[in-house]
Structures are given as structure tokens and as C-alpha cells.
Design a protein around this ligand. Structure first.
Ligand SMILES: [Fe+2]
Length: 344
């Protein structure tokens, strides 16, 4: 099997190209949008035919190249079904097998860094290889403090799904920040400072709770973009209409279903009747991450003070795959005006 380990220096991300030298069929794992030209050139130089472009999870630190690679090569894109990414071709679940040439790539569910993290396992030439994404790094692991991250879940994923592979299994991580490229199950079981076998689940939780990391700089760009396979959101020039509905306060009454989301900052919501009944606060800066937990088919009404931020939020939600999104045109200002007019 042909294996190329590619690196993005800006986000410290590894992309892997796996290919069968006979049939020329290939799979790419965790492509980075800014490196798609490099990857396409390599695929062409090697005479490969890309059949799948896979993501180990919905990334928060970079935008996937899967959408652009799919357009350019006809490959099918795949990500965990748990991530609810509407644009992908394959919603992957634990136990799925993806074939290229004589090779079989096994999908293992390894949540904890996010709720939709996958590890891809393959056997080639008597050697097992595991592409672990952010579940397991060389001497580290992905953080567990956002995107439905959970330290207990990650500990169990690593110990039950990765550390039970043969000891000489090669571990290919999703990132590296210190110059490592590859490890083995035995090495990580012995030397991983967070997950080696003498560290208990409770100790691991303490380690992860104590990290106090800043959020990734690009999270609010990366999450919605990755929920759209890294492709730009449709604009009004594309389809002559924004990808969401609008209502005014006069027609607000019929909206009796679904979520009401207030994207203003918490301090703007203070005061009597300053927000709609049943409105849940999700400031615009946190919206993309909060929305990962909401079913994509839920109707959503978005409000802010004037209707401008909420329109931006609606476009963002539509990009993430929400199909029934409505903006309160004029926002809370218009709603208060309407309340005053109707109470006289
Ligand atoms: Fe990640």
C-alpha cells in the first residue's frame, strides 16, 4: 500500500493519502482546504483515482478540503453520522468498511474529543495502521472542553478501541506540535503522559480539566465551514434568495414551534421584557459551537436587537445544514415597538 503523510504547517495538521498501487484507487484522510492544490497535484503525479475523502471529525482549527476534492475528483466524502453534516455522501458509523483495491479501511467510533470522532484502521502487508485523528496524538491527545468533548468518553475510546489493537500497530495522529510523525500502540501505552496504562480514568479527567486552553482562533469560521464540507455557503447571487425565512413582529404569533435563539450578548438581554418568552441565549460568537448539539431539522427563530446579527446567524445556521431557519426582521427593537402599538 502506498502511504503519504502530508503536513500543514499553519495548523499542524496531518493529511494522509492511502492508495493501492495496482488499481490506483486512493483514499484521503483529513485534507486541509488550503492544501487542496498540493493534494490534487500529488494525486495526478502518482496517477491515482480518489474514491473517498474522509474526515476523522468536524475540525475546529482548520477548514476541510473534502468539498473541493470531491468536486475536483468525483470522490465520495465521509464523516461520522453523529456529526450530522448534511452535505456528506457517507454518514459513517462504527463497523463500516471502506474498500479501495484489495484494502479494507475499518471505521471505529472513538468519541471524546468531539462526539463524532472516528479512527480509521487498516491492515497492509501484515502491519496494522490506525489513523486516530484527535483521539490520540503521539504522547498526547485532543482536548475535551468543547464540541461535546468529554474526558471520560475519550479515555474509554482510547483504551477500548485503540489500545486493544496489536501492540505494533502504527499510530498516525491528526496533529503534531513537537515534530513527531508516527508512534505505536505499545509506545503510547507506556509513554503517553495522559493515557499510559498506569493513569486511571479519574486522573485523566483531572489532567484534561486542568489544561485551561484558549479556544482555537479559527473555531467560529471552521465549524460552520466544516458543516458545509468546506464549501462556501450559497449566496443570494447564487439562488436569488437568502437561505432562510424572515418574519416581522406582527406575524410572530404563528411561530409556536421550535427553538427561539437570542444571539445578543447576555448584557443586552437585561431588563423587563428585554427578550422574547422562551428565548434561549446563544451569543453569535458561541452560536456555531452551541448549534452542533441541535437536530438540523428543528425549526429555529433567531432574534437580536435590530435583525442584522440575527440575519448573519441565520445564514450561518443554514450553512451548517439547518433547513428551517427564520429571522425576526427588525429584531427586538421592532418587537418592542409592536408591543407598545398594540397595548395602546
Ligand atoms: Fe479536532
Amino acid at each position: 500500500m502506498l502511504l503519504k503523510q502530508l503536513f500543514d504547517q499553519k495548523t499542524y495538521t496531518y493529511t494522509y493519502l492511502l492508495a493501492d498501487p495496482d488499481s490506483r484507487e486512493a483514499i484521503i484522510i483529513d485534507p486541509v482546504r488550503e492544501r487542496v492544490d498540493r493534494d490534487l497535484r500529488l494525486i495526478a503525479e502518482l496517477g491515482l483515482r480518489l474514491t473517498y475523502t474522509l474526515d476523522t471529525h468536524v475540525h475546529a482549527d482548520h477548514v476541510t478540503g473534502s468539498g473541493e476534492l470531491r468536486r475536483a475528483t468525483g470522490a465520495l466524502s465521509g464523516v461520522s453520522a453523529s456529526a450530522q453534516v448534511a452535505c456528506v455522501n457517507r454518514n459513517l458509523v462504527h463497523g463500516d468498511v471502506l474498500r479501495f483495491g484489495p484494502y479494507a479501511l475499518e471505521v471505529r467510533s472513538t468519541p471524546g474529543h468531539t462526539n463524532g470522532c472516528l479512527t480509521f484502521v487498516i491492515e497492509a502487508g501484515g502491519q496494522t495502521l490506525a489513523f486516530t485523528g484527535d483521539a490520540l496524538f503521539v504522547r498526547g491527545c485532543g482536548r475535551t472542553d468543547f464540541q461535546q468533548g468529554d474526558a471520560v468518553t475519550l479515555y474509554r475510546s482510547v483504551h477500548e478501541q485503540i489500545f486493544r489493537l496489536p501492540g505494533d500497530t502504527l499510530i498516525y495522529p491528526g496533529h503534531d506540535y513537537r515534530g513527531h510523525t508516527v508512534s505505536t500502540v505499545d509506545e503510547e501505552r507506556s509513554h503517553n503522559p495522559r493515557l499510559r496504562t498506569d493513569i486511571t480514568e479519574e486522573a485523566f479527567v483531572d489532567i484534561m480539566n486542568d489544561l485551561r486552553l484558549a479556544h482555537p482562533a479559527r473555531i467560529h469560521e471552521a465549524l460552520p465551514a466544516n458543516m458545509a464540507c468546506g464549501l462556501p455557503a450559497p449566496t443570494s447571487e447564487d439562488d436569488h434568495a437568502p437561505p432562510f425565512k424572515s418574519i416581522t413582529p406582527t406575524s410572530l404569533e404563528p411561530f409556536t414551534r421550535g427553538r427561539v435563539i437570542d444571539v445578543r450578548k447576555p448584557e443586552e438581554r437585561d431588563g423587563e421584557q428585554a427578550h422574547l418568552p422562551d428565548a434561549v441565549s446563544a451569543p453569535l460568537s458561541e452560536l456555531s459551537e452551541r448549534a452542533l448539539a441541535w437536530p438540523r431539522e428543528d425549526p429555529i427563530l433567531v432574534v437580536c436587537q435590530s435583525g442584522r446579527r440575527s440575519a448573519h446567524a441565520c445564514a450561518l445556521l443554514a450553512q451548517m445544514g439547518f433547513s428551517d431557519v427564520t429571522n425576526l426582521s427588525g429584531g427586538m427593537s421592532a418587537w418592542h415597538d409592536h408591543q407598545e402599538a398594540t397595548s395602546c
